[in-house]
Design a protein around this ligand. Sequence first.
Ligand code: GDD
Ligand code: MN
Length: 393
Amino acid sequence: VPSGALVIPPLSAAPVLTEGASTFFSLIVPTYNERKNIEQLVQRLCYLLDGGIPGAYELIIVDDNSPDGTWQIALELMAQYPQLRVMRRVEEKGLSTAVIRGWQVAKGDVLGVIDGDLQHPPELLLKLWQEIAGGADLAIASRHVEGGGVSQWSIIRRFLSRGAQLLGLVICPEVIGRVSDPMTGYFLVRRTCIANKTMNPLGYKILIEVLGRGKIRWIAEVGYVFQERQHGESKVTGKQYIEYIQHLIRLRFSLWPIGRFFRFAIVGFSGVFVDMIVLYLLSDPSTLGWGLTRSKIIASELAIVNNFLWNDIWTFGDISQHQPGKRQRLKRFLKFNIICLAGLILNVLVLNLLFNVFGFKYLPYGRYLANLIAIVIVTFWNFWINFKLSWRV
Ligand code: GDD
Ligand code: MN
């Protein structure tokens, strides 16, 4: 059982292939108390894969020391199925780390995962394999595309599953939004797309870790109906839902471009100075003494111009250098301007909400605290929307 960092080695560093076999496909089966399901699953998988795919394959059952002795049955099955390998983990536990530990010892250049309880129909594997053979980097079994579905799930379970997906779209849209069924635990992925990447999964959702950290370009989806369990029961508890949220937040921060955001915030800070100085020069009685609103609008606009120039050269310079020319730059400036003006409106809204609705008016310096919080929120908004729209890669 491997230990240490959850990093899948490149094929060159993978365990030596058995003589002559050019193992192509390694399928991980994570199990916990699946003694009544595992033999039928192994039998159906080997029947399918023998001759069903070119090249060789291996099944790796990763069992977390199941109290029902699943690992013992798996060991006995090895005599009958030579392509079967068994990993019995005694210390580490958990579905997603079980899958990665299995991939760490795998020999194939196509890695896969399927549940060990026959709820993922083994027969779908050949279709998933064909998608990979056709060039896809990732082929997922999805309940939410044509031909997909869940058997007799309760409304609650359907609601929880869809709710979790919606939450994921809010926290990590660029990950969760890439597939129709990010919760699926049934998929194949090319080793090259995830090799040498440190995985940091939590709980059940191994696919969002693969999508978040892997270099995945082409994704194929195949519809399937999630089957009813014949034996045993689901190990999903409230804990998995909490871990899912923690996983999303952890992914969010690790995918958040910290350095770029830091530069954007410094530029924004310089804009505050420009805004203040221009406001003083235009509206102070000792200078031009213009009206406050007119002065504020000009000061804000000049601050936006200042911020755009610095962001275009420094914060997003690595992107804008690939979008040369006055026209492109003007386009970026107009987008930046509109987003920042929308940010200004958001700023005023949040300030009023905090001050008048959430009681900041009763706090000492409540208006300035509310304004500071509003500015921080708008900075995240301005950064993320500009990153995705004005300086889109
Ligand atoms: N090694 C190991 N360690 N395996 C585990 C563990 C664990 O801690 N917990 C569960 N498993 C195994 C189970 O034995 C089963 O083979 C598989 O992981 C799925 O566990 P279930 O408890 O049956 O999950 P589910 O059926 O509610 O949900 C599954 O299907 C969904 C749709 O694809 C999971 O795969 C979900 O992640 C998935 O979203
Ligand atoms: Mn299940």
